[in-house]
Design a protein around this ligand. Sequence first.
Ligand SMILES: [Zn+2]
Length: 106
Amino acid sequence: MTEKIPRLPDEHLVRAREIVAEQRTKSKCKLCYDRGYIGTNQDNMLVPCSKCVNVDGVMEAWRTYVADTPALKALYGDYFEPEEEEEAAEEEEEEEVEDKRTKDIG
Ligand SMILES: [Zn+2]
């Protein structure tokens, strides 16, 4: 077994649901019955519905929430942070490429 993730305290599920609701891309979804999430996993983390929710946006908002919440930061440390700083630099490059694509289409 590798390192285990601590179970998410129930009170933070409220904020997790809010984040998912904010990142929904469709208002009607049969897969999740318009909740935006499928359920919770074994770590008590919300599982966003990939069909009607911007999952990347959820992860981004969740990382910010964990970083801004001392109790969660103490629990998870940098678990939700990108693994290496080099990756952050790559992400910036990818965003630039995406911008160009959008311009081509438009
Ligand atoms: Zn859905």
